[in-house]
Design a protein around this ligand. Structure first.
Ligand SMILES: NC(=O)c1ccc[n+]([C@@H]2O[C@H](COP(=O)([O-])OP(=O)(O)OC[C@H]3O[C@@H](n4cnc5c(N)ncnc54)[C@H](O)[C@@H]3O)[C@@H](O)[C@H]2O)c1
Length: 333
């Protein structure tokens, strides 16, 4: 959406550390690890050697459920603890930590969030586990004077965004939404993990929250990950149906099938998130950054309709550009 945000291009992002537990990723250079093991992501670009190896993080509940049948922890994981993670994070001194742990690993996500806040780094929670929605963790980030963005990254053009945009369209024409569903299948490890009902609970809740923010009663709506289909690989297919009533009860219905490549669809949003998080930090903002979270996440602390969320996000990007230009001009004087 933006080549520049607050004067930053995506190429300005520098990786200083990476953590995983997978035996095929720990100890590898980051450029190799991102394609190792069961990763289904398509190799679109050749990432140059980073000179930085993936470190072992504490396992906690990271591989509970079905994921543990296809990913085995590296030998060094047994020696990793929450304390060693905090020490490694303090040594790497990141400005920002991006958390892409599996859905359902509440303990592990909480550990990374705490280590990040303690190291004075901002945190982007791409998972649906509550961090921005946790009063305690959100307060910790405010107390430590760092930014927090979350929870549950939206895809760039994904089923939730399409669904909420279509609901807003129905409402804007005065068509009352009566019933709707959003069913999703995919073939990557995220979908394998989500095929386990115990692991997908937070994702189901997060998708319902996004629909509630769009202004409908989503308590009875079927919306979520609905199955692992291995041959789809990194492709994700969403099936949407919306039924409504127009003037004098005239029925209206719509069905859409959306097919996307899952990993780049998330990367596009992270490309925005890392740069707005950095801008917010430079402007002295701390804690949950509400003006951008409703656009970037499915389960923000303060939700908004699709059009309001987009408006607020674009206004933040515009103001960040102006702030940056003022700072540069002050520096020159
Ligand atoms: N389109 C998307 O890709 C997208 C969009 C929105 C949200 N998300 C969310 O982002 C998260 C990650 O998704 P993904 O597709 O990258 O999953 P993935 O399965 O490809 O990657 C998860 C990684 O976490 C590692 N891991 C497990 N336990 C760990 C621990 N304790 N410490 C460190 N690493 C650990 C795994 O080994 C694996 O490499 C999920 O919660 C998902 O719901 C993804």
């Amino acid at each position: 959406m933006h080549e520049h945000i607050g004067g930053h291009r995506l190429g300005d992002v520098e990786f200083v550390a990476a953590f995983d537990v997978d035996s095929t990723k720990v100890g590898q250079d980051l450029s190799e690890a991102i394609h190792a093991g069961r990763t289904a992501a398509v190799r679109h670009v050749v990432v140059p050697h980073q000179g930085m190896t993936v470190q072992a993080g504490p396992l906690l509940d990271g591989l509970d459920g079905t994921l543990g049948t296809v990913v085995s922890p590296h030998a060094e994981v047994s020696g990793a603890s929450v304390t060693s993670l905090a020490a490694a994070m303090a040594e790497a001194r990141p400005d920002l930590v991006v958390c892409l742990l599996p859905t359902g690993s509440t303990e592990a996500v909480t550990a990374y969030a705490r280590a990040s806040a303690e190291a004075g780094a901002g945190f982007i929670n791409a998972t649906p586990e509550p961090v921005a929605n946790s009063t305690e963790l959100a307060a910790l980030f405010t107390e430590r004077g760092v930014v927090l963005l979350g929870d549950d990254l939206r895809s760039h053009l994904g089923a939730t965004t399409l669904h909420t945009a279509l609901i807003e369209l129905f409402q804007s024409r005065g068509v009352e939404v009566k019933d709707n569903y959003q069913l999703n299948v995919g073939g990557n490890t995220d979908f394998l993990n989500l095929s386990d009902p115990a692991r997908s609970r937070s994702k189901q809740l997060s998708k319902r929250k996004a629909l509630a923010n769009a202004g409908i009663d989503s308590r009875e709506v079927a919306a979520g990950p609905n199955g692992f289909v291995k041959h789809l690989g990194d492709r994700k297919v969403g099936f949407l149906r919306i039924e409504g009533e127009s003037i004098i009860g005239a029925p209206v219905s719509m069905e859409v099938r959306l097919e996307v490549e899952d990993s780049p669809n998330a990367a596009a949003v992270l490309a925005n998130a890392v740069r707005v998080a950095h801008c917010a930090a430079r402007q002295g903002m701390v804690g949950v950054i509400d003006p951008v979270c409703a656009f970037l996440f499915k389960s923000p602390k303060s939700g908004a309709k699709e059009s309001t969320a987009l408006h607020d996000f674009q206004a933040f990007v515009r103001k960040s550009g102006e702030h940056d230009a003022r700072q540069a001009a002050d520096g020159r004087e």
